[in-house]
Design a binder for this molecule. Structure first.
Ligand code: GAR
Length: 204
């Protein structure tokens, strides 16, 4: 049986943070009820996502490679540990994490990717580049994937996917907006809740 216990979730971001906003809204609506976002970490000091976190009363910190140099990941790990984080959600976090990092948090890091993995994923496929590649290939259906993070970029076990139609005349920007609205903002909160439940049941 599930308890009322809520896991402590950290969301890691790099940019505008619309997925972070979807997660915050889903805590309020109850879609996420087995976890609570208690920390937001950005690798960009000027990311609007940090403002979204502050507006929601969530602790927000910037940890940048510029300031930390070789200590970048070490500083993130320290910050996660100091804040007793149980689950890390990468929501538009545009850095590849080392194997040392991913091994340390096995089955405790999930990521949203804006395509149907295994298409248009891996190193170099991020943000609008993903949608540009999908349009160049001429696919008629794309979508989004939430997956566990391991040492292979976008290579961890798939948790949830949702398909989205490509429309005639789409640009990377119009396609990105449709994938965000019709897939990412829906499956990221649902997958986060699902993974919290599995952790609480000691299934993973
Ligand atoms: C989202 O589309 C997310 O899937 C993508 O970056 C965007 C961030 O938007 N992530 C990647 O491409 C990771 N490989 P947001 O800051 O508005 O959530």
């Amino acid at each position: 049986m599930l308890t009322d216990k809520k896991l402590r979730i950290a969301v890691m971001v790099s940019g505008g943070g619309t997925n972070l906003q979807a997660l915050i809204d889903s805590m309020k609506s109850g879609v996420i009820h087995s976890g609570e976002i208690t920390l937001v970490i950005s690798n960009k000091a000027d990311a609007y996502a940090l403002t979204r976190a502050e507006n929601a009363g969530i602790k927000a910190v910037a940890v940048t490679r510029k300031e930390q140099g070789d200590n970048f990941e070490k500083k993130i790990i320290e910050t996660l540990e100091e804040n007793n984080i149980d689950l890390v959600v990468l929501a538009g976090f545009m850095c590849i994490l080392s194997q040392d990092f991913t091994d340390r948090f096995k089955n405790r890091i999930i990521n949203i990717h804006p395509s149907l993995i295994p298409s248009f994923c891996g190193e170099g496929f991020y943000g609008l580049r993903v949608h540009k590649a999908a349009l160049e290939k001429g696919v008629k259906v794309t979508g989004a994937t939430v997956h566990f993070v391991n040492e292979i970029p976008d290579g961890g076990e798939i948790i949830m996917q949702k398909a989205v139609e490509v429309m005639e005349g789409d640009t990377p920007e119009t396609l990105s907006t449709r994938v965000l609205q019709n897939a990412e903002w829906i499956i990221l909160p649902r997958a986060t809740q699902l993974v919290c439940e599995k952790i609480l049941r000691n299934e993973i």
